[in-house]
Design a protein around this ligand. Structure first.
Ligand SMILES: NC(=O)c1ccc[n+]([C@@H]2O[C@H](COP(=O)([O-])OP(=O)(O)OC[C@H]3O[C@@H](n4cnc5c(N)ncnc54)[C@H](O)[C@@H]3O)[C@@H](O)[C@H]2O)c1
Ligand SMILES: O=C(O)C[C@H](O)C(=O)O
Length: 308
């Protein structure tokens, strides 16, 4: 199993670290345009192998895509992150060109690859990859909901004063400050609805804190987050590599599911060796449907800024 990660920055390196530490991939290639950086990070990570007990071979490449040839999975993290006060949507001008060229380069050397799009604005970048590569939809996966759901569980556990392992919950919708739809009605503590333990006001606060999870970290860090994003990506990569058939909310092209068309947005999917093996349609109530429609309108508006 060969995995390529494009972008040796904060998220790309964190992602390589988690993938290697889990020891399920034979090879990880990190590629970046900055001379020597991918090679340096790969060497640094390889020097963790004896310490952390993994056999994954990690190598770096300065923009030489021949080294990525025959990758099974490729993760696109190349592009700029936001700064405090910015939205993810403001990154479109620079990141669209980068993501488009990176996807084309990857496919030239790995025609069967499954692509995981991370660069922001992620739902729009995922749509751009659809529009420009023509790959079947099962092989283009946008990562956002897995991260947002992890942040939702963190906030739920905080409110419940419970261990996170007691908590389950999912966030669907667009990966944006306003577009996320945390499914509080479906969230549970040990299979009991969290509404049994938390007031409506407290749950609304949990949802609000979840939606600005990325912005909160960007304000604290001066750039956007990388540990949880890297861990979330590695979870998707492992589900595909190990054919786990796990369910994650991922951004995928919708063609009528959830009454939405012609956009990529986060919904629950089953991930296995075929990439997105199934889009899972869950019953939403009227309020949840309205939030999903509003979120989709926001994503479509950003998609409208693309030159495709
Ligand atoms: N979808 C998500 O949940 C999520 C989470 C975190 C970050 N992000 C996004 O991921 C992206 C990367 O974030 P980061 O914190 O790692 O940024 P970073 O600046 O640390 O790293 C980005 C890397 O991309 C490289 N790069 C730029 N253009 C390139 C090209 N054409 N080819 C190869 N490499 C290129 C840069 O040299 C840099 O090393 C940002 O757009 C950020 O908003 C998304
Ligand atoms: O917040 C960001 O801009 C980065 C990423 O999308 C995140 O949610 O951490």
């Amino acid at each position: 199993m060969k995995v390529t990660i494009v972008g040796a920055g904060a998220v790309g390196a964190s992602c390589a670290d988690y993938i290697a530490s889990k020891n399920f991939a034979s090879e990880v290639v990190i590629l970046d345009i900055k001379e020597g950086v991918a090679e340096g990070k790969a060497m640094d990570l390889m020097q963790c192998a004896s310490l952390n007990g993994f056999d994954t071979r990690i190598s770096g490449s300065t923009n030489d895509y021949s080294k990525t040839a025959n990758s099974d999975i490729a993760v696109i993290t190349s592009g700029i992150p936001r700064k405090p006060g910015m939205t993810r949507e403001e990154l479109i001008g620079i990141n669209a060109g980068i993501v488009k060229s990176v996807a084309a380069n990857l496919l030239e050397h790995s025609p069967e690859v499954i692509l995981i799009v991370v660069s922001n604005p992620m739902d729009t970048m995922t749509y751009l990859v659809h529009k420009t590569t023509g790959l079947p939809k099962n092989r283009i996966i946008g990562m956002g909901g897995a991260l947002d759901s992890a942040r939702f569980k963190y906030r739920l556990a905080e409110a419940l004063e419970a261990p996170i392992s007691d908590v389950d919950g999912m966030v669907i919708g667009g990966h944006s400050d306003t577009g996320m739809v945390p499914l509080t009605r479906h969230a549970t503590r040990n299979s009991i609805a969290v509404s049994e333990f938390l007031s409506e006001e407290r749950l609304d606060q949990v949802a609000a804190d979840t939606k600005v999870g990325g912005a909160t970290l960007t304000k604290l860090l001066g750039t956007s987050a990388w540990y949880a994003p890297g861990a979330a990506v590695s979870g998707l990569v492992q589900a595909i590599a190990c054919d786990q058939k796990k369910m994650f909310p991922c951004s995928t092209l919708l063609e009528g599911e959830y009454d939405l068309n012609d956009l990529c947005i986060g919904v629950p999917v089953i991930l296995g060796r075929g990439g997105i093996e199934k889009i899972v349609s869950i019953e939403l109530n009227e309020a949840e449907k309205a939030k999903m429609q509003e979120s989709a309108a926001g994503v479509s508006k950003t998609n409208g800024l693309l030159d495709v």
